[in-house]
Design a protein around this ligand. Sequence first.
Ligand code: CTP
Length: 214
Amino acid sequence: MHSKKRPGSLRFLITAGGTREYIDPVRFISNASSGRTGFALARAALKAGHKVTLVTAPTAQRPPNGARIVKVKTAAEMFEAVKAHFNKCDCLIMAAAVADYTVAKPSRTKFKKTNKSLTIELKPTSDILKWASRHKTRSQVVVGFALEDQAIRERAEKKLKDKNLDMIIANSPAAIGSDKSTVQIKTPHTKWLKLPLASKTIIARQIISLIESI
Ligand code: CTP
């Protein structure tokens, strides 16, 4: 890491939770994200004296005091919220588990069951991180997560490069829904740094402190 500390309070835009992609008004496709990491990052940033806008998909987490909360449900809504707040932030952290696919033709009315099999067509969502990297100014920092079960460093490093990120935080599926996690962190200018297994609160504090020194 560079030793230069960013002065004063930063404006963080943090996303959290797993998006919901609706099949009909009451059914959706989602994932097991608890939102803990994103909320812990928001709390850690606030504790360090920064300003936080937290864009969150539905979670059971308690909103941190002092953060501006933007509630969303779908990947498309999360994308709109990030677009609306991005130019006012110094650092975007995409901790949300954004669905890579959404339902191609959601039904406006509740689906009725039949005794036939059902195929649901999915279409890709927009990659929010890629959009942010393309639109960032030189002073903005964009941080992504990579959830990998194999070849963790290799794949995460590919995301760091492909998405033109300032930092990638790699974790494994064991982190999902857990109180603790081990993460590995890389920036374009530094070697891999492995943070030992710790609570998401501790990990979040370490991440915020590393971002301050980018
Ligand atoms: N992400 C995003 N927009 C999406 C999907 C994911 O901004 N539509 C962000 C996530 O918030 C995370 C990072 O991209 O910070 C990595 O997400 P991940 O699902 O691990 O990677 P993908 O690039 O989607 O690739 P794959 O699922 O094939 O590993």
